[in-house]
Design a protein around this ligand. Structure first.
Ligand SMILES: NC(=O)c1ccc[n+]([C@@H]2O[C@H](COP(=O)([O-])OP(=O)(O)OC[C@H]3O[C@@H](n4cnc5c(N)ncnc54)[C@H](OP(=O)(O)O)[C@@H]3O)[C@@H](O)[C@H]2O)c1
Length: 239
């Protein structure tokens, strides 16, 4: 990967994607086709290339926790986070991997799956007070559970609780349903967007899938990287 802006040349990805110091910082990492599709054949896997995969894994290594919707966990068949190439020195004194924090109301998840049973950092569930009590009990046996909100997740409260547990550097891997709510709650600080050189048409979701935002946040372009015909854009919140 090479940098196009702010200055062209070689790039140290760990340095470029270092989280800023201070309080909680929510980064989202998404990939889209040139015509805005966030899905290809109902998944995101067919949109990226090897550099996108490398960045996806590196951003996990830099994060304290990975927030992801249950829809993505089910569709993409998420397993537990595993240490990856390029992580040398990035975890510091932290757990060897960041935990996943899965957003789910129904808790319709396989609690015997490796994402719960083989996680090197105990998986977290972000759920609501009206979740089914029996499923909640199963969830508590296999994961750390954070209840925030009654019928719908209170994203701000959930993120506040993650921060209180020491998870300051947050990474949201979507999907579009969850990311739309993260943005609507005013919680997104940074968007890392891989632009994939494909035109897909059809009716896939965009990277945000939710009702229109009354006050659309404006973002500032922090850098542009290139690998093959892919662009890697990093936008931060204009404060
Ligand atoms: N292009 C990309 O970068 C990218 C990234 C990620 C995913 N994707 C694609 O996006 C698709 C999945 O995205 P998605 O939008 O359908 O699903 P999603 O955002 O990953 O997850 C949606 C699920 O999260 C839970 N949830 C959402 N809002 C909630 C709330 N307010 N309170 C409680 N729970 C809540 C619900 O889980 P329960 O149903 O369990 O209650 C809901 O079904 C897949 O095709 C995936 O491949 C693309």
């Amino acid at each position: 990967m090479r940098s196009l802006s702010p200055e062209p040349g070689d790039v140290d990805l760990v340095e470029r994607y270092a989280y800023p110091p201070g309080g909680a910082w929510m980064r989202a990492n998404m990939v889209a086709s040139l015509d805005g599709a966030a899905q290809r054949d109902a998944r995101s896997g067919g949109l990226g290339n090897a550099a996108d995969r490398h960045l996806f894994l590196l951003l996990r290594g830099l994060a304290d926790v990975v927030v992801v919707g249950a829809g993505t966990v089910r569709t993409e068949g998420y397993g537990p986070v595993k240490p990856s190439e390029g992580w040398d020195g990035v975890r510091g004194g932290r757990s060897p991997v960041p935990p996943l924090a899965i957003v789910s109301r129904t808790l319709d998840l396989d609690f015997d799956a490796p994402v719960f049973t083989e996680a090197k950092a105990r998986t977290i569930l972000l759920t609501t007070a009206t979740a089914d009590p029996a499923r909640l009990e199963m969830a508590r046996a296999r994961a750390d559970v954070i209840v925030a909100g009654r019928d719908t997740l209170d994203f701000a409260a959930a993120v506040g609780e993650l921060e209180a547990r020491g998870h300051r550097r947050l990474l949201c891997e979507g999907g579009p349903g969850v990311l739309a709510q993260v943005v609507a709650a005013g919680l997104l600080d940074e968007l890392c967007l891989t632009l994939s050189p494909l035109l897909l048409a059809g009716h896939p979701a965009r990277i945000l899938d939710g009702p229109p935002l009354h006050v659309p946040p404006e973002l500032t372009l922090a850098h542009t990287l290139q690998d093959e015909d892919f662009l890697f854009l990093r936008y931060t919140r204009s404060r």
